[in-house]
Design a protein around this ligand. Structure first.
Ligand code: SF4
Length: 461
């Protein structure tokens, strides 16, 4: 597909404005002075420490960013999601990139530069959270590129914090051991609420009811997570109670029994979850008669856990070590939280259950992308596509940024995967910020999915 890259727009000279007012600093409880410094992998910056800055998180999924920011506020970090993307985001993203970068990087950079250049906040008051990942794709370059761009505009005192998936994001725990778990719980809660939203919204008979229940659910979780000093057991219980209430609210929404096409949605994690980047593809899909079964964020965390352990085996020279035992315990604790926080949605999601273990997904990917040779989202996407087929989906959509390496590899193997899986239609939708024809392309895809639904054999689960 030879889609032209976005033209790089000229932008106005960069001056401070009051377009975006950053939130006021919140009282922070004491953090050990040196600890937060180890979170970042870029060069040392002068100026205030993390607790005296506003920390912005990428808005990969708005709900998850809100919940994770709240969890950090609970530990004394004045964290907030980046402001929503808009035309200014695209202007700045285009101005500070060359055209070679991935679309999520253009958007994140544009969102960051809006805060740095338009908010009027001194550089020494700002910090940005930019996780990294090892492996072959360009994600590992996001943080260094952000650092370079900030330095180029003279914002040398801005801090960039960059924990890595290669370590299972363990650096987060360096601020306070509890923050890792609180952030994880926030992420789980937002995953559960999003999954339920997508299960209920296509069938609601009162438009807007599911979105409202979702927004209120996120707000309730945020209010609980941003409290500080709550014992971990009580914090979990409170979250569970809030999610029970949310689930009951979703369950009470009147719904039609119409039959819809069930479409599995995989793809690059930022683009598939960030509705600005994918032109609200899922809403369009629902409008055209589909229901989306979207891969969530938690699966990536579980994937990094098993990959972390797999990579340690050759170095340790054995299958067990203290480090690996600790990683297993972390995985088990995360599973326990997942079980507790997703249980309220069980009835609503009983026919949209995720795989019990992430190895089910990686095993399904193995014939196409063997774990010994391949790492990253392409493995999850291939395995998840096969899983979604086994669960009775009528089609699979992969949402990827244009030129995404993971997307390109997956697009190359999807024809074979389709042949191996009863001919289920699988299509990649690319996004790069230029005008797309989502409705038209979705319409064609749903025709194919509809034909497949009529002729498909019994799912293999
Ligand atoms: S997954 Fe794709 S879009 Fe994301 S950083 Fe890697 S190559 Fe870029």
């Amino acid at each position: 597909m030879n889609k032209p890259l976005a033209a790089r727009p000229e932008v106005q000279p960069l001056t401070a404005s009051s377009e975006h007012q950053p939130p006021a600093a919140q009282p922070a409880h004491e953090l050990p002075a040196a600890r937060p410094e180890r979170l970042r992998n870029d060069r040392r910056v002068s100026g205030p420490s993390l607790k005296d800055r506003i920390l912005y998180l990428p808005r990969m999924s708005a709900g998850a960013a809100r919940c994770m920011s709240a969890a950090m506020r609970g530990y004394g970090i004045n964290a907030h999601p980046l402001p929503p993307s808009d035309a200014r985001t695209l202007e700045y993203g285009g101005r500070f990139t060359s055209g070679e970068e991935c679309y999520p990087e253009v958007l994140i950079l544009g969102d960051v530069m809006k805060v740095v250049l338009d908010s009027g906040e001194p550089a020494g008051r700002l910090a940005f959270f930019m996780p990294a990942a090892p492996g072959p794709c360009r994600y590992g370059q996001y943080a260094p590129f952000l650092r370079r761009t900030l330095d180029a505009v003279g914002a040398t005192e801005v801090m960039v914090l960059s924990p890595s998936s290669g370590s299972g994001y363990e650096e987060l725990g360096q601020v306070d051991p509890g923050i890792h778990r609180a952030a994880w719980r926030g992420l789980l809660a937002s995953d559960g609420l999003r999954r339920t939203l997508l299960r209920v919204r296509p069938y609601e008979t009162s438009p807007g009811a599911a979105d409202e229940a979702y927004e209120d659910g996120i707000a309730a979780v945020v209010a609980l997570l941003e409290r500080s000093g709550i014992p971990t057991r009580q914090a979990l219980g409170d979250l569970r109670t809030a999610l029970d209430t949310s689930a009951a609210r979703f369950a009470a929404i009147p719904r039609s029994t119409e039959e819809r096409l069930l479409i599995g949605v995989v793809g690059e994690i930022y683009c598939r979850l960030n509705t600005f980047s994918n032109d609200e593809l899922i809403r369009s899909l629902e409008r055209l008669g589909g229901e989306a079964w979207l891969s969530d964020i938690g699966e990536w965390v579980f994937y990094t856990n098993i990959e972390q352990r797999r990579k340690w085996i050759p170095y340790a020279g054995k299958r067990f070590s203290l480090r690996m035992a600790k990683a297993r315990i972390k995985d088990a604790v995360q599973r326990r939280d997942e079980h507790a926080l997703l249980a309220p949605f069980h009835d609503l999601l009983h026919d949209r259950a995720e795989p019990k273990h992430i190895s089910i997904v990686t095993d399904l990917a193995e014939p196409y992308l063997p774990a010994e040779g391949v790492y990253g989202e392409m493995v999850l996407n291939a395995g998840k596509a096969a899983w979604l087929w086994s669960q009775g989906c009528d089609g699979i959509i992969d949402i990827s940024p244009f030129t995404c390496m993971n997307g390109i590899v997956c697009e190359a193997i999807y024809p074979k995967m389709s042949r191996d899986h009863d001919g289920i239609p699988i299509r990649t939708f690319y996004f790069d910020g230029t005008a797309s024809h989502v409705d038209r392309d979705l319409g064609i895809f749903l025709e194919l999915a509809g034909s497949y639904k009529k002729r498909k054999r019994q799912p293999q689960n």
